[in-house]
Design a protein around this ligand. Structure first.
Ligand SMILES: Cc1cc2nc3c(=O)[nH]c(=O)nc-3n(C[C@H](O)[C@H](O)[C@H](O)COP(=O)(O)OP(=O)(O)OC[C@H]3O[C@@H](n4cnc5c(N)ncnc54)[C@H](O)[C@@H]3O)c2cc1C
Length: 467
């Protein structure tokens, strides 16, 4: 295998083939739950280098684990423990190739960090709306490979909806140039959408054409308190009716989530002097003016107060206040981590069924594990909840975590009964690969296996992930 590594060095240069302890940051997942092993981490700088590496891997039957920012949450971006694979890091492929403000597209390489993509769009007077808490380190290639969601799905869709074209290195080491900036193109099978969300199991995304949008003239953030998720749903409907596409974010969080934030980040101020059972953070992006946005928001809040859908509300009057409200939302996972070990679920159900889902599942979890504490928050406007479960207040975290599979079963079976998905936005990776088999039909699984076999017959593209 020294021959193999020498051949890698000949393709990308010796400095870009990392071995031994130099690989450390690439082998452990973001949540530090798993450390794999690899022959090497290889860092190509161009599409041609990626293609040459994949051909070399085919020749030597070496598995390839594509990696962007390694912020994925389902163990998709790290290799298994066998040490057979290489990690192929796209980090050096970070050029913005083109920005077209008439077609409203930009062409960027897969290793561009999401924040750099947002900044490049802003420099051209445009908006690239994908936004998530890992945006300072995740890459657009990883976002596409996982079809990431984030905070603006309600208005702009998932990463899939933001992509018009792809450049992909296939499992055979060929380059498919599908970098078309077309909004209409009905010419056969939709290959682009096959590679998006495939988590690197069908090929390697090396570049993409992304949609960009006019910058909004105003952005307003409000925080509302209410009695129940059902009231939050009624507020969602009302806001959509009154504000249409201006509604860009609608995040739900329970009081327990905010109490955890207050406990572990006491410097953060809660918006209300008293507690309410549930809260919604909502964001409007207006293409007219700040005044227009304010009028819309004030009208919605007055009507919601009048109809008693909400008990109280605050509207951020500055960017700093808006950031402070978003910070509360974004600190929930961090506060939960500070509180100790917990069990996470990234699920979706039809939006209209969220209230019933939370009610039923809370009862089922409580029956099975008395005292378990539900940390429920998420992108309500997308039907996507992070339904996380923390151990009972004075219980042993390790004893609780030992029941992870049983808790997953209770939650995922409930999701299934509500017609939902056990992975709304993080993907399957290695973490949910086996679990998904309980919830997809044999027909669906068999179609997925057929695709995998056809595109990657030697199972070298991120093996052991997804299927
Ligand atoms: C703090 C935090 C907040 C997050 N918030 C959200 C959120 O709101 N919404 C959401 O959807 N996700 C969220 N995530 C998870 C999300 O999946 C990732 O952050 C992001 O999309 C992954 O990008 P990455 O570059 O880090 O990919 P990686 O973690 O490196 O890889 C993820 C998967 O994609 C594959 N892959 C990576 N690059 C390529 C490529 N070029 N070609 C083919 N396959 C590739 C990998 O093999 C792996 O299977 C969050 C993660 C963190 C840590």
């Amino acid at each position: 295998m020294t021959d193999f590594l020498d051949a890698c060095r000949a393709i990308v240069g010796a400095a870009n083939v990392l071995t031994g302890t130099d690989m450390a940051g690439y082998l452990t997942d973001w949540r530090r739950r798993f450390t794999g092993s690899a022959r090497a981490v290889v860092r190509p700088g161009s599409t041609e280098e990626v293609a040459s590496l994949v051909r070399l891997c085919q020749e030597h039957r070496v598995p390839v684990v594509p990696q962007g920012g390694n912020t994925g949450l389902v163990l998709g971006s790290v290799p298994d423990e066998s040490g057979a694979a290489i990690v192929l890091s796209l980090a050096r492929m970070n050029r913005i190739r083109a920005v077209d403000t008439i077609n409203n597209t930009m062409t960027v390489e897969a290793g561009c960090v999401l924040e750099a993509v947002q900044n490049a769009a802003a420099d051209a007077g445009r908006l690239f709306p994908l936004s998530l808490a890992a945006e300072g380190s995740c890459t657009i290639g990883g976002n596409l490979a996982t079809n990431a969601g984030g905070t603006a799905v309600l208005r702009y869709g998932n990463t899939r909806d933001l992509c018009l074209g792809l450049e992909v290195v296939t499992a055979q080491g060929e380059v498919w140039d599908g970098l078309r900036g077309l909004r209409k193109d009905n010419t056969g099978y939709d290959l682009r959408n096959l590679f998006i969300g495939a988590e690197g199991t069908l090929g390697i995304i090396t570049a993409c054409v992304l949609k960009i949008f006019p910058q909004p003239q105003a952005q307003l953030t409000a925080f509302a308190a209410m009695r129940s998720p059902d009231d939050a749903l009624a507020l969602l409907s009302l806001t959509q009716e009154r504000c249409g596409a201006a509604l860009t974010g609608f995040e739900l969080m329970s009081d327990f989530c905010l109490q955890l934030v207050a406990k572990h980040f006491p410097q953060m101020r809660l918006p209300f002097p008293q507690s309410y059972p549930q809260y919604v953070l909502l964001e409007l992006s207006d293409s007219e003016s700040e005044e227009h946005a304010n009028q819309l928001l004030e009208a919605v809040i007055s009507e919601a107060l009048e109809r008693e859908l909400i008990q109280d509300a605050v509207v951020a009057s500055s960017i700093a206040q808006s950031k402070a409200l978003w910070n509360l939302r974004e600190h929930i996972p961090l506060a939960q981590a500070e509180e100790g070990k917990n069990i996470k679920h990234d699920v979706s159900v039809p939006i209209s069924r969220i209230g019933d889902f939370i009610r039923d599942t809370d009862v089922l979890v409580e029956q099975a594990f008395p005292g378990a504490r539900m940390v429920t928050f998420g992108h309500l406007g997308d039907g996507n909840l992070h339904y996380n479960v923390s151990p009972p207040e004075n219980g042993s975290p390790d004893a609780f975590i030992a029941h992870q599979e049983e808790i997953n079963r209770v939650v995922h079976d409930s999701v299934n009964r509500f017609g939902g998905s056990i992975s709304a936005e993080h993907g399957l990776g290695a973490l949910k690969r086996d679990e998904i088999r309980r919830y997809k039909s044999e027909v669906e699984l068999s179609l997925m296996r057929t695709l995998k076999q056809a595109l990657d017959p030697h199972n070298l593209m991120n093996p052991g992930k997804v299927i």
